[in-house]
Design a binder for this molecule. Structure first.
Ligand code: ADP
Ligand code: 5GP
Length: 202
């Protein structure tokens, strides 16, 4: 069986990445979300093991330093540590599922060095609209909003390193774009041809 795709999705916080991903995952079978580890405190409604594995800093360090590699990538984002477990990603890919990582630009750069991901950046229509969405979500303090907006400028400067760019202006269109990208990547010749040829020749 062919290993599943490794998809990397990055976006400044508040852009709508979670909203888009939830909609795409509802109607695309075979797509699995990689649950990251973080030292951040859970927000109201967030469930341990579903949204994140919420862990202490000491546990994070133990996984990070575990040989040969506990994390495929890890980074400090907005003052908290985040990481993607190698075991979790490989387990899903070996089962033939496509795995989607919701990680920041630092993490995406690390994954590009270690694997062959398909990378997708989601951008807001403007920084003013991003600020509105962050406030509208109602989960962040004023200080955190300022920090996240400041980081957004730096993250947007990295968007050119990604394979695909989606501007999340109209939600329905952004959802359709992400869905189409994943479907097109699944149809790439290099992924499908060897298995097909064996089937045709049998
Ligand atoms: P992220 O996961 O990127 O931090 P969220 O998915 O939590 O962002 O979205 C942030 C806020 O913006 C939410 O309140 C969400 O409902 C809203 N939102 C998402 N996409 C759009 C859109 N295209 N137009 C207007 N509001 C949106
Ligand atoms: P939030 O705290 O809003 O859930 O996420 C903040 C940022 O951390 C987002 O940009 C998100 O993509 C990023 N992030 C979440 N999990 C990981 C991870 O495992 N690794 C890295 N590098 N970034 C992550």
């Amino acid at each position: 069986m062919e290993n599943g795709l490794l998809l990397v999705l990055s976006a400044p916080s508040g852009c709508g990445k979670t909203t888009i991903l939830k909609r795409v995952m509802q109607d695309l079978p075979g797509l699995v979300f990689s649950v990251s580890h973080t030292t951040r405190q859970p927000r109201p409604g967030e469930i341990d093991g579903v949204h994140y594995h919420f862990i202490e800093a000491a546990t994070f360090t133990a996984i990070r330093t575990r040989p040969p590699a506990g994390f495929l990538e890890w980074a400090e984002v907005h003052g908290n540590m985040y990481g993607t477990s190698v075991d979790e990603v490989e387990k899903h890919r070996r089962a033939g599922n496509d795995v989607i990582l919701d990680i920041d630009v630092q993490g995406a750069a690390q994954v590009r060095q270690r694997a062959e991901p398909v990378t997708i950046f989601i951008a807001p229509p403007s920084l003013a609209e991003l600020e509105c969405r962050l406030r509208g979500r109602g989960t962040e303090s004023e200080a955190t909003i300022a920090l996240r907006l400041n980081n957004a400028r730096k993250e947007l400067a990295c968007s050119g390193s990604y394979d695909y760019l989606i501007v999340n202006d109209r939600l329905d269109e952004a959802v359709a774009s992400l869905r189409s990208i994943i479907i097109a990547e699944r149809c790439r010749q290099r992924r499908t041809l060897s298995g097909r040829q064996a089937h045709w020749n049998s």
